[in-house]
Structure formats: structure tokens, C-alpha cells
Ligand binder design. Sequence first.
Ligand code: NAD
Length: 247
Amino acid sequence: MSRLEGRTALVTGAGGGIGRSIVNCFAQAGAVIVANDCDGTRLAELAKEQPDIITYEADVTRLEDVQAMVANVGERFGRLDVLVNNAGVPSRSDFRHLSDEDWAGVMEVNLQGTVRCMRESLDLLKVPGDAAIVNMGSIMEMRHVRQLSAYAASKAAVGALTRSVAMEYASFGIRVNAVTPGYVETAMTKTVLRNEAMREALLSRTPLQRFAEPDDIAQATLFLASGEAKSITGQCLIVDAGASVAL
Ligand code: NAD
């Protein structure tokens, strides 16, 4: 039996590197997938790869978009088994120059976007009685990297939120966990990882001498979303080739 056979999954930020891998992995596992992104071009490309998915263009920073998207899932399926809050953006300012707008821009997607999608989906997630939410964290919540203070703070908050909502909704059969990746090669990290010196420096501090691939993050997401993780809630699963443990 495929691990998500007959399960309905909503994946945000599905047009990006990690989101795409999650969609491909969930499709192989038998899920019915609603793939969200705010970038319609990316969604159209994804739909060519996975013609059976439903794509839904929406911006997670806009409450009315999120409400309409969740209502659409409700009308089609009457339930939601898996919600993956993967949409995310990096910050790009030294702290001294971080404007209120920069800060809000990052928080609006990474934190409030996750809050909105979780909160608006709760009624649909309660229907199956054994639903799962998987949020996307980052090891930047515990490491310092220049210009990523807003990003780090947003991801630390996602971890705290994951634990709180997990406790509040355990009695409804909703498990809430997060995947916490280290560096993964996607559009988000291309500037850093295509710089050979930077790449070597990062690898030299990474025990397994590799960066996680988008599919590694997708497999961890699938595990937490599936029945194999039925006794796991309120956890953040680090997938970083050992980087956060090394000195
Ligand atoms: P990516 O830039 O390739 O993909 C992010 C996707 O999110 C894009 O398709 C983008 O259009 C979408 N998105 C952005 N704002 C949105 C919004 N307001 N509404 C809907 N969609 C929106 O990045 P990625 O590397 O695939 O990152 C996916 C997730 O993984 C993010 O949450 C990111 O913070 C997290 N993450 C990435 C890394 C990494 O090294 N790449 C490491 C740790 C965590």
C-alpha cells in the first residue's frame, strides 16, 4: 500500500525546489495533491511534470487568498489529510539596515503564511481524525549566517508554533511537526552555493560532506505526513548532513 494512498495533501510553495520534490514524492506515494504557489509560471511547469495534480495560485500573505484556497479544497474533497507549509522567502539585509518592510516581508510569508494556512485549514483537517501538518523550518534558527536575522527569527518562530499547535490539536487527531533543513541546492541558495569558496567552506563544516538534496527533504516530509509517524507530534526533524551538530 502506498504511504499516502487516498490522502489529500495541500502543499504551499510547490513551484520551488523543495516544494516540487515534495509534490513528486507525494504523487509517488499515492496522494491527491493540491499544489499551491504565488508564481503561476512555476505552477504551470509543475503541472506539466505531474498532470494529475490540482494547481492553485494563491499568495499565503493574503488572508482572502488562503481562505478561498482552503474553501476550494473543502468543496472538492470535504477533508484535508496533509498540509505542508513550505512557502518561504529569505531575508537579505544586514541587521543594521533591516527595515520594518524587510522584516515584515519575511515574517508575512514564513510565519504568518504558515499561521494562516494552518488556522484556516483546521476544520478540514479535523475531518479525517488522523491528519498531519508539516511545517518547513531551517537550521538557520540555531546558526548565524550574515543577512539572515529576519529569516532565522521567522524559522525559530515556526518551530515554536509547531510545538504549540501540536499540543492544542492533538486531541483532534492532528499531528503537527516540522522538517528543519540545512543547506539544500535550490533557487533560494543558488548565490551562496554556486560560489566555490563558500561551498567548500560550508562542506568542510558538514560531517557528511554533502548538502541535502530537495528529495531528502521531501522524504522526511513524507515520513512525518504518513502513518509511519503516527506517534510523532510537536517535533522538528533536522535534515542537514550533521551540520548543526558539528562545532
Ligand atoms: P524556492 O525559492 O525554490 O521555493 C519557494 C517557493 O515558495 C517559490 O516557488 C515561491 O514562489 C513560493 N512562495 C514564496 N512566497 C510565497 C507566497 N507568499 N505564497 C505562496 N508561495 C510563495 O525555495 P526552497 O529552497 O524550495 O524553499 C522551500 C522552503 O524550504 C522554504 O520555506 C525555505 O525557507 C525552506 N528551507 C530551504 C532551505 C534551502 O537551503 N533551500 C533550507 C532550509 C529551509
